[in-house]
Every structure is written in structure tokens, then in C-alpha cells.
Ligand binder design. Structure first.
Ligand SMILES: C[S@@+](CC[C@H](N)C(=O)[O-])C[C@H]1O[C@@H](n2cnc3c(N)ncnc32)[C@H](O)[C@@H]1O
Length: 270
């Protein structure tokens, strides 16, 4: 055997033996892809997709980012490197320690922190951005809590969807990613279902997540709501050939009508 090949083979043997020795001797914890987790096994998000997820959520230093089930901390650490404060919620205490060490190695301990907790029992209402790589049924279990978050909160999920709540954006990473390369973004919509008194007549809205249908009634005319959509607290729809856009703020809305003029609405009933 050529010496170079012998060296490569021995290096691999040494590395393999070294890592299992570390595990056996109870020294630094070595995570194993596929290891058991409380509700989901650990599989890390490819770094290229972590970057894409944070891009889709338009993470800025003003955001507080929370990763639900944070694994080795890579998403939290990447967000912290972008200047955001970020928190990882992780049930496995070894992974919490590992991610805390990883954050220190990357020099972001001041912005990245980790807590050993069950994501189902955690309060994540302060986040502007939530990231996750869980499972479809877990996403659906979390959905009511997510829909109660502040309108405009961005949720990004690696691969798994949110049942019949369609994403606002879905993207796939092709470079530097072999598996689990799709990200979905949802923006928590304001709650507008019900009737509203507007300067243009009585507006009745039926809301399915971010999609809106309904009518705008003025005198004897009734116009169907077309292309009704919410993006966080931003509302847009057409009625009677007029395009409306505006902002929802609790029980009031106001905005502009394309072609001129403004409009206002106040809640008249649920
Ligand atoms: C698929 S991994 C994703 C890790 C990381 N978010 C990433 O994208 O690289 C899921 C993680 O959730 C953790 N986990 C599972 N059930 C949990 C629970 N109920 N509360 C908190 N963490 C949990 C697992 O230990 C695992 O680290």
C-alpha cells in the first residue's frame, strides 16, 4: 500500500476511534444525526437552507429570532451573526450545552442564547421571527399559538408545511444542499373577520388565514371582495373594480384606493 493511502486510512481510523472514545469516556458530547429527541429526532438544517430561511424572513438586527428545537444551535448562531438577538429552545440538555459552546466558539454569546425547555410549554410571543425544523403534525399543533402571535411575525419552516394554511412564500435551495432544501414562510395575518363600517359602505370579511372573501355593500349595490389578502397587518382587496390597500390596527383600518382617495374602517361586529 502506498504511504499516502496508508496515512489517509489510518487518519480515518484514528478519527473514528477518537470520536467514539470521546463518547465512551463521557468527554465532550458528540451529537449523532438521527438521535432521539423528545418529539422529533435531530437532523441539522443544511447551512445553505439556514441562510435562505433567514433571508426569506428578512431578519435584521432589530429582530428577536427564536428557533423551536434548536439542535446544535446553527440557526440561532447564524441569526446572531446577522446582529439579531436569538434564542434556541431545545429539550435535550446535551444539545443545549453543545450549542452554547458553539455560540462561544463563533463569538456570538452576547446575542445567542439557549434554554433547555419543551417547545410546547414555552412562550415565544416576543419573537419577530420563528424558525423551525419539526414535523407536519407538530406544526399543526403549534398553529393556533402561531396565529395568535403579533400580526407580521414571520415563521420559517424547513421542509414541513402547516396543513391547510398555505405559505406566503416557498423556495428551494439548489446549491450546497442535498436533502431538506425547501423553506416555507408564513406571515401571521391580522384578524379582520367580521363586519366593518367604512367610508365606502359596509364591508363584510370572511377570513381563511391570510385570504379574504366577502362583500362591500353601499346603498343598493353589493360588490364581491376579489383578491383579498393580508400580509401581516397590510390588507389589500378589490371591490367594484376599485383596488384598496391599507393597514389594520386593532379595530380600525385605513389606507388608499387606487385611482385616488383614501378609505377608513372601524369594526362593527365579529
Ligand atoms: C430536526 S432537529 C432541528 C434542529 C435545528 N432547528 C436545525 O434546524 O438544525 C429537531 C430538534 O428539536 C428538538 N426537540 C424535539 N422535541 C422537542 C421539544 N418538545 N421541545 C424542544 N426541543 C425539541 C430535538 O432534540 C432536535 O434537536
Amino acid at each position: 500500500m502506498k504511504p499516502s493511502i496508508m496515512f489517509a486510512a489510518l487518519s480515518i481510523l484514528f478519527l473514528v476511534a477518537g470520536s467514539s472514545y470521546a463518547g465512551q469516556a463521557g468527554q465532550e458530547f458528540q451529537p449523532q444525526v438521527g438521535q432521539e429527541g423528545k418529539d422529533v429526532i435531530w437532523v441539522p438544517t443544511p447551512q445553505a437552507l439556514v441562510d435562505k430561511m433567514l433571508d426569506m424572513a428578512k431578519v435584521t438586527p432589530k429582530d428577536y429570532v427564536i428557533d423551536l428545537g434548536s439542535g446544535d444551535g446553527r440557526t440561532v448562531i447564524t441569526a446572531a451573526k446577522r446582529g439579531s438577538k436569538a434564542l434556541g429552545i431545545e429539550y435535550n440538555p446535551d444539545m443545549v450545552e453543545l450549542s452554547t459552546r458553539n455560540a462561544a466558539k463563533e463569538g456570538v454569546s452576547d446575542k445567542a442564547s439557549f434554554v433547555k425547555a419543551d417547545l410546547f410549554e414555552s412562550d415565544f410571543s416576543q419573537a419577530q421571527v420563528i424558525t423551525m425544523f419539526l414535523l407536519p403534525d407538530i406544526n399543526i399543533r403549534l398553529r393556533p399559538k402561531i396565529l395568535d402571535l403579533k400580526p407580521g411575525t414571520r415563521i420559517v419552516s424547513n421542509s414541513f408545511t402547516m396543513g391547510d394554511w398555505s405559505s406566503d412564500e416557498t423556495a428551494e435551495v439548489k446549491e450546497g444542499c442535498v436533502s431538506y432544501c425547501t423553506a416555507h414562510l408564513w406571515i401571521v395575518p391580522a384578524k379582520v373577520q367580521g363586519s366593518w363600517q367604512t367610508s365606502r359602505g359596509e364591508l363584510t370579511l370572511k377570513q381563511t388565514y391570510q385570504m379574504l372573501t366577502g362583500t362591500l355593500n353601499s346603498g343598493t349595490t353589493s360588490a364581491a371582495i376579489v383578491n383579498g389578502k393580508l400580509t401581516g397587518d397590510q390588507i389589500s382587496f378589490s371591490a367594484g373594480g376599485v383596488e384598496y390597500s391599507g393597514r389594520v390596527s386593532g379595530s380600525a383600518m385605513e389606507g388608499a384606493a387606487k385611482g385616488g382617495g383614501s378609505w377608513k374602517a372601524t369594526r362593527a361586529g365579529k
